[in-house]
Design a protein around this ligand. Sequence first.
Ligand code: PLP
Length: 390
Amino acid sequence: MSDPEKPLPDPATVAAAFGVAADMAHGAVAPPLYMSSTYEFAGFDEPRLYDYGRAGNPTRDLLAEALTRLEGGAGAVITSSGMAALDLLVGRLRPDDLILAPHDCYGGTMRLLKARSSRGHCSVRFVDQSDDAAIAAALEEVPALVLIETPSNPLMRIVDIAALSAMAKQVGAAVAVDNTFLSPAIQCPISLGTDYVIHSTTKYLNGHSDVIGGAVIAADPSEVQNLRQWANIVGSGGSPFDSWLTLRGLRTLFARMRIQQSNAMAVATYLERQPAVSKVHYPGLSTHPGHTIASRQQDGFGAMLSFELAGGVEAARSFIANVKFFTLAESLGGVESLVAHPATMTHADMGAEARAVAGISDSLLRLSIGLEAEQDLIAGLECGLAACAV
Ligand code: PLP
C-alpha cells in the first residue's frame, strides 16, 4: 500500500532517478553493474537472492523494476531483444492456441509469428485491427492472445486499445501491446486494460542506438513469475551490461521524447505542404484518421512518421540519395534521425503481396525523428525533396 506521507513520484522522476544512490556498499550514485554469472551460496543449501545469472541479475532486475513502475505493471522480464520479448509470450502457447495480430505489424513480428505457426507451435490470423467487422469475426475464433501494435509500423495506424481489450476480454483472450513506438512516456497500455506490454528496448527506452534488448511487462503478478520462469528455461534474458546501458538511456527518456516529438510535428507539418509528397502518416496531424483516438489514449504523438512520394519508387531512390541529416538505416528511437524504405528494408520479408494488403507502397519512407535542430531537419528534407520534385 502506498504511504500517504510519501506521494508516488511522477513517471519522469522514476525514469530519471529510480535506483539512484541505492548502493549500500559504497554509496555510488549511479547504480553498479553486476557482471558476475554466478553467486556464492551463504552456506550448504543456503542460496542468496541471486544464484545464477540466467535466472536473475541485480542490474537486469533494476531495469525491470524501473520499467514495471513506468508501465504500471506487476513486474517485468528483460530480454535479449524485442523479438525475444514477443517470443516469451508466443513460445509458451500451445498448438491449438490462436494469435490475432495486426496485418501491418513490424516485419520481424510477422516473420516470427509465421515461423512459429508454420511449425505448428500455434496458429496466427492477421487482421486489419481498424476494421471492426474483421475484428469481430476474428474474435469469434476465440484467440488465446490478441497482439496490438499502435501506432503501427510503418503506417502509424492507431488502434483503440481500451475498446479492443474489452472485446478481447469478452472471449477470454489475453491482450499484449507492443509499445515500442511510443514508450511509457507517451502511452501506458496496462492502464487501458491490457495484460502485457512488450518493448523493443533497442528503440526509445535505450534511445542511443547501441543496445539490442527487449522487455515484457505483465499486469498480473502470477504471470510475472511464469514469464520469469520461461525466460530462465529458454535462456532469453538480457545481458547485465545491456541492462545497465538501457537504464542509463532511460534517465533521459522524457526529455528526449519532448524534443523528438516536437521535431516530428514540425517535420510532419512541413511535409504535408510539399507537392512532391502525396501523403503523410503522423497521428499528430488533425487529418490523420487515428488523431482523435491518439489524442485520447496517448500523452503526445511520438516521433515516428512515414510519408509517400508522388513520384513513386524512383522518387524514393532520389530522395534517399540526396536527403541530409537523415541516415539510411533500419531501427528507430535513437537520438539521431533515420530514414528507412520499408519495402526494401524493415518489411522486405513480408513479401510484396502482404505489403500491398497492408498498404505499404514502394514509395513509402519512414522517418525516425531525432534530437537535431528542427531547422536542420527541415533543410535536410528539402535537399531530398528537391531531387524528386514532380
Ligand atoms: N517491435 C517493433 C515495433 C519494432 O519496430 C521492432 C524492431 O524494429 C521490434 C519489435 C523488434 O525489436 P528488436 O529488433 O529489438 O528485436
